[in-house]
Write a protein that binds this ligand. Structure first.
Ligand SMILES: *[C@@H]1O[C@H](CO)[C@@H](O)[C@H](O)[C@H]1NC(C)=O
Ligand SMILES: *[C@@H]1O[C@H](CO)[C@@H](O)[C@H](O)[C@H]1NC(C)=O
Ligand SMILES: *[C@@H]1O[C@H](CO)[C@@H](O)[C@H](O)[C@H]1NC(C)=O
Ligand SMILES: *[C@@H]1O[C@H](CO)[C@@H](O)[C@H](O)[C@H]1NC(C)=O
Length: 363
């Protein structure tokens, strides 16, 4: 929080001295952070669209912000920790009203979003729309800073993207017929194809440094296990298989982009490794519970009822918040997000590579 206070002071100081306004908006060595993706990264964009995919009610937010900001967690999300590591202020949601500066970056992520426009259509800001918002910001930055300075900002910036989980969760949990029309490989190919297109478009606008994570053991998340008939504790096999295909295809696509696009650099965190490790050895990482969500109802508290606003009004909340998962899916607790962020920031190549985020921010 010290860095946050520092920026608030800096802002006040600059506002009182017009001459310094320009240098204030672009302090030396600052690297902007732009974020796209889903609920793992959404700091509250969905509060400003018409959707049920929201977390702007209690008990979300209770341990850190002390108000329900819209984040699907009891506290901070990964981009909040990354911003702190990078000495940036908290990166605000793009749709939050107000006069955005954008020079520190902005967050476009939307809970429920997928790489495919069809995923939770009408309830989310899909990846293409997030990209179109980024292009608006890019234009504004050029107008404000001039082409050369905007180009420098955009090429030094880091672009964090979390996308894909909902493209698999959504059809599997609704029994959609999509897998009668596409093989699993074809479907994964479309998800990765749309992610790749997005990366290329950001690259065209000057983006060079990207951060990703792969998918964790999706099929073993409380929400997915609760869909398995009989609630035997087994994982949802189809989700495991799709996540595996996705991770292999993502890895390959990023390696290809690195060859094709000059100066393209990326950090990929193996969330499958770090999440599996914590699911198997919760105590080692300071969690009392890894396989059951903290907030929800039904088997493994896997039913999406945290906060009681989704049809089911009753829900359970663990008392001490020392769990890996906060609610359903792969929504993690503040404590888990902190640990994963540290691995993304400074992890060794066996968990985050070929670069880690620290190296990208310093590059
Ligand atoms: C999906 O369909 C199968 C067979 O038609 C059924 O057994 C299963 O309960 C359905 N699952 C959901 C989540 O609706
Ligand atoms: C992107 O997704 C759409 C479906 O929303 C699909 O038709 C298209 O082929 C995908 N693009 C790529 C490059 O795979
Ligand atoms: C996760 O890692 C384990 C162990 O290496 C592997 O067996 C599994 O296929 C991986 N799952 C995914 C979704 O990548
Ligand atoms: C990765 O490497 C580091 C240091 O070499 C080691 O401490 C850590 O246990 C390794 N992690 C995994 C998941 O293999």
């Amino acid at each position: 929080m010290a860095s946050l206070r520092f920026f608030v002071c800096l802002f006040l100081f600059c506002a009182s001295s017009l001459k310094l306004v320009r240098s204030c908006s672009l302090p030396k060595n600052h690297v902007a952070l732009f974020i796209l993706g889903d609920s793992l990264f959404d700091p509250g964009n969905n509060n400003y669209i018409n959707t049920i995919a929201r977390a702007n009610y209690w008990p979300y937010g209770e341990t850190f912000f002390k108000y329900p900001s819209g984040r699907f967690s009891d506290g901070r999300l990964i981009p909040d920790f990354i911003a702190e590591h990078a000495n940036l202020p908290l990166i605000p949601p793009y749709l939050q009203p107000g006069n955005h500066q954008f020079t520190y970056g902005v967050n476009f992520a939307s809970a429920g979003a997928g790489a495919l426009a069809e995923t939770n259509q009408g309830l989310v800001i899909d990846l293409k729309t997030q990209l179109s918002y980024f292009k608006k910001v890019e234009k504004l930055l050029r107008q404000k800073l001039g082409n050369a300075e905007a180009k420098t900002l955009l090429s030094k910036a880091v672009y964090l993207i979390s996308i894909g989980a909902n493209d698999y969760i959504s059809p599997l949990s609704t029994n959609s017929s999509v897998f009668q029309f596409f093989s699993k490989e074809e479907y994964v190919g479309m998800v990765i194809g749309n992610l790749t297109d997005t990366i290329k478009e950001i690259y065209k606008k000057g983006g060079r440094k990207f951060g990703f994570q792969n998918l964790g053991p999706l099929g073993c998340a409380p929400f997915m296990k609760a869909l398995v008939p009989g609630n035997t504790g087994s994982c949802f096999e189809a989700a495991i298989e799709l996540a595996k295909l996705h991770n292999a295809a993502q890895s390959k696509a990023l390696q290809e982009l690195e060859i094709k696009l000059v100066e393209f650099k990326y950090a990929r965190h193996d969330f499958n490794i770090s999440a599996t490790e914590r699911l198997n050895n919760p105590e080692k990482y300071g969690f009392k519970e890894a396989n059951i969500a903290c907030c929800g109802s039904g088997p493994y508290r896997g039913i999406l009822s945290c906060g009681g606003k989704r049809g089911v009004t009753e829900y359970e909340l663990c008392s001490d918040q020392i769990c890996f998962q906060y609610s359903q899916q792969s929504h993690m607790s503040d404590k888990a997000n902190k640990q994963i962020s540290e691995l993304m920031w400074s992890g060794t190549p066996n968990v985050t590579g070929p670069y880690n985020l620290k190296a990208l921010f310093e590059a």
